[in-house]
Ligand binder design. Sequence first.
Ligand code: ZN
Length: 307
Amino acid sequence: MPCALITHPDCLKHDMGAHHPERPQRLSAIEEQLAASGLAQHLQRHEAPLATDEQLARVHPLEYVRAIRDAAPAHGTVHLDPDTAMNPHTLHAALRAAGAAVLATDLVLQSKVKTAFCSVRPPGHHACRARSMGFCIFNNVAVAARHAQQAHGVQRVAIIDFDVHHGNGTEDIFEDDPSVLMASTFQHPFYPYSGTEDPAPNMVNVPLPAGAGSREFREAVRERWLPALDEFSPELILFSAGFDAHREDQLAMLQLGDADYGWVTEELKAVAGRHCEGRMVSMLEGGYSLGALGRSAVQHIKVLAGI
Ligand SMILES: [Zn+2]
């Protein structure tokens, strides 16, 4: 069965300014590497639908969703917080990003595809229940998890977050919820300075010091993530796939290489094979060095697609 690639042109129109690292060219960089690697022709393309209020309200209070709709400017730029801004296209981009999560989950759980990658922005894992943060407006991976549970009756969802920043929003939404297991690695101490103070039992948080690389990352995955995942036995695996722990990424100081992204996806694919018939949905989060982002995403998607 194929791997779906879900994206939408609206996601290219969300623009927070010329010097903002979370820029439209990130998605183009992934497309270029998908084409150059020959992987593009093996993927089943879908356009991301707009998420509905009902789908978003499983994760965010409806008042928050309405406040985001109301904040959308007709002209110019509006800041939601110091790092996150909306232009006239941002609302649709954010609704498409969350809508991609819903469609990907539907396709995988209806056995139309085995796996899916959502090449979307804005990213989601810093978005808390009722607060935008760190370039994120709606928590896309959380929308996928709740959709799987509430629309498809899935009981146990694992969320794998290898972005260099701790997914504090996802933790805010799911902490102490035994139906979701979140396994993450992140640079610490580092933005958003969370994830280490008494995490909930369903959070497998592995902080890594600045300068840590492949060896430390793989050790964390083998020794901390995999035993917890096997014990949890997920029915669906979701990825918060951020590629900013790459050594070429200037926003942070971990030292992963392209191959680590293929490796970690293989490890999770084996978990998915043991517990959930290989079902995996991946949402793009960070990754700001365009070259490293494109190459690393290809390593990840290649394994998802079984190429
Ligand atoms: Zn990040």
